[in-house]
Design a protein around this ligand. Sequence first.
Ligand SMILES: [Zn+2]
Length: 58
Amino acid sequence: MQQRHMCKCAKVTFYEVEFKLSGMKVIPTHKNCGEGLNDDQFNSFEKELVKYWGFEQK
Ligand SMILES: [Zn+2]
């Protein structure tokens, strides 16, 4: 995995997250610090992300 800066904020709310397109991938980024979310943070947002995009998991 490519080394990149990760958000280290203790608390990130879904509304502070911006989704940036990078090629074919979407990079979830914390607006407050400008860093990408780490895996733990991203996992906690995955369900909200699905709703945000209007996808339903079946
Ligand atoms: Zn942050």
